[in-house]
Design a protein around this ligand. Structure first.
Ligand code: EPS
Length: 390
C-alpha cells in the first residue's frame, strides 16, 4: 500500500516527507520535483515568506542513481526562515527561552488557533499554528511530485488551474491543451487560462491588499491519460471519488470539493446530468458525449479526464483582524496578525495536484501492483490488452 507522512513546523528547522510503497526502478528527477516546489511558491498574493524560501528537495533515502530502490523515500526540505526562529522554537529548553517564545494569545477566527489550544491544552497558539500552517504542504508537493513521476511512466499527467479568485470567475471549462500550456509557463500570476479573467483576479487581490483583507477562490485539478478502472464501486472506502474528496479536503483552508460538474448537475434534471455513451466501430472504443461526471462513475475512473475542484476560503490571518478573546485575560481582543498571504489559489492548485497524484498512484498500484516498475508495467499492459479486447 502506497502511503505517506509529513513532519515539520512552519518555522522549524526542516520539513520532512516520507513516501513508502513505490516500486523499484521509477526514474526520479530532482529537477522535476523542484519545479513542482517552485510552482507551489508562486502566485500573486503570496506574503513576504516566499521571498525568504527557495524550496528544494533533499532526498536522503530510497533513491539511488536517479531511480527508486523500493525502500521508503525520505525527503528533507529546509526552512531558511528557521535561522530567525531558533530562539522562539528551540528543541531543548534553555535558560530564558520562554521569554523569546513569541506566544500567540489572541486566536484568529477561522484558524486552528483556539480549537487547537483547547484540545492540546496549550495556553497560547504558537505550536498549533506552527503545524496548522500551509507551510506543511511543501512536503506534500515533494511527495506528490514523486507520485507524478510514477504516473508519468504510464502517460498520466496531473495539472491544475485557477477557476476563481474572489468574485473573478473563469465562467467556462478549460481544455486540457490550455491547462497544459499554462502549466509550462515560467511565470505564474494567478494561473488562469484566460488572460482577461486573470487580470480581474489580480484586481481582486489588489483590493484585498488595499483593504487589509484576503481572498479565497476555486482551483481545478485535471488528471489526463487515466486508464478505465482505478478505484472500485464495491466498498465505501475503495470508491475513488470519496478518497479524492478526503485528500483534497485535507488541504489547509479548503471548505468544499466538487467532482466534475457536481454543483451544477445536483440541481439539474437527470437527463441533463449524465454523459451519454457512444461506440466508435472503427477504433473499437467507447466514448462519451460530455464529461459532467468528471471522469468517475461508481467511484471508478471511466477513462475520461478526472476533474476535481477545491474551494478555498479566504485566509483567516487578517491585517484588519476580527473580534476575538485574549486567552490570558479573557477580555475582548482582536485576532493576532502574523505576516501572511493574501490569496493562494494557484499554490492550492499545485497542492491539489500533489494530493490527486498521491491518491491516483495509490489506486494505480492497488490495481497493478509490482515490486519493480517492470512488473507494474507488465500488469498494466496485460490489463490494457484485456480492455482493448472487451
Ligand atoms: C502561513 C503563513 C505564512 C505563509 C505560510 C502559511 O507564513 P509565515 O507566517 O512564515 O509568513 O507564507 O505559507 C508558507 C510558508 C508556505 O510555504 O506556503 C499560515 O499561517 O498558514
Amino acid at each position: 500500500m502506497l502511503r505517506y507522512e509529513t513532519a515539520g513546523e512552519s518555522h522549524g528547522e526542516t520539513l520532512v516527507a516520507l513516501l513508502t510503497g513505490l516500486p523499484a526502478g521509477v526514474p526520479i528527477s530532482l529537477e522535476k520535483i523542484n519545479r513542482e516546489l517552485w510552482r507551489r511558491q508562486q502566485g500573486y498574493g503570496r506574503g513576504g515568506r516566499m521571498k525568504i524560501e527557495t524550496d528544494r528537495a533533499h532526498i536522503v533515502s530510497g533513491v539511488r542513481h536517479s531511480k527508486t530502490i523500493g525502500s521508503p523515500i525520505a525527503v528533507l526540505l529546509e526552512n531558511k526562515d528557521w535561522k530567525n526562529w531558533t530562539e522562539a522554537l528551540p528543541v531543548e529548553d534553555a535558560e530564558g527561552s520562554a521569554d523569546s517564545a513569541k506566544p500567540v494569545t489572541r486566536p484568529r477566527p477561522g484558524h486552528a488557533d483556539l480549537a487547537g489550544c483547547i484540545k492540546y491544552n496549550f495556553p497560547e497558539a504558537r505550536y498549533i499554528l506552527e503545524r496548522a500552517s500551509a507551510r506543511e504542504t511543501t512536503s506534500r508537493v515533494a511527495m506528490g511530485a514523486i507520485c507524478k513521476l510514477l504516473l508519468e511512466q504510464f502517460g498520466i499527467k496531473v495539472l491544475s488551474h485557477a477557476v476563481a479568485v474572489g468574485s473573478a470567475h473563469l465562467g467556462r471549462d478549460a481544455s486540457w491543451e490550455e491547462i497544459e500550456a499554462l502549466c509550462e509557463r515560467d511565470e505564474i500570476l494567478l494561473n488562469c487560462v484566460d488572460h482577461e479573467v486573470e487580470q480581474r483576479m489580480k484586481d481582486e487581490v489588489d483590493v484585498a491588499y488595499k483593504t487589509k483583507d484576503t481572498r479565497g477562490g476555486i482551483f481545478e485539478v485535471v488528471a489526463h491519460g487515466l486508464p478505465v478502472g482505478l478505484g472500485s464501486h464495491i466498498t465505501y472506502d475503495s470508491r475513488l471519488d470519496g478518497r479524492l474528496a478526503q485528500a483534497i479536503m485535507s488541504i489547509q483552508a479548503l471548505k468544499a470539493v466538487e467532482i466534475g460538474s457536481g454543483t451544477v448537475t445536483s440541481v439539474s434534471p437527470g437527463k441533463d446530468a449524465q454523459d451519454t455513451i457512444h461506440y466508435n466501430k472503427v477504433e473499437h472504443e467507447f466514448y462519451r458525449g460530455s464529461n459532467k461526471a468528471g471522469g468517475l462513475e461508481g467511484g471508478i475512473t471511466n477513462g475520461q479526464d478526472l476533474v476535481i475542484r477545491g474551494y478555498i476560503k479566504p485566509i483567516s490571518t487578517l491585517r484588519q483582524p476580527l473580534e476575538s478573546v485574549d486567552l490570558r485575560t479573557r477580555e475582548v481582543a482582536t485576532g493576532a496578525y502574523e505576516r501572511s498571504d493574501v490569496a493562494v489559489v494557484p499554490a492550492a492548485g499545485v497542492i491539489g495536484e500533489a494530493m490527486t497524484a498521491f491518491v491516483l498512484a495509490q489506486a494505480f498500484l492497488e490495481k497493478f501492483g509490482g515490486d519493480s516498475l517492470d512488473e507494474t508495467r507488465r500488469n498494466y499492459d496485460g490489463y490494457q490488452q484485456q480492455v482493448r479486447q472487451f
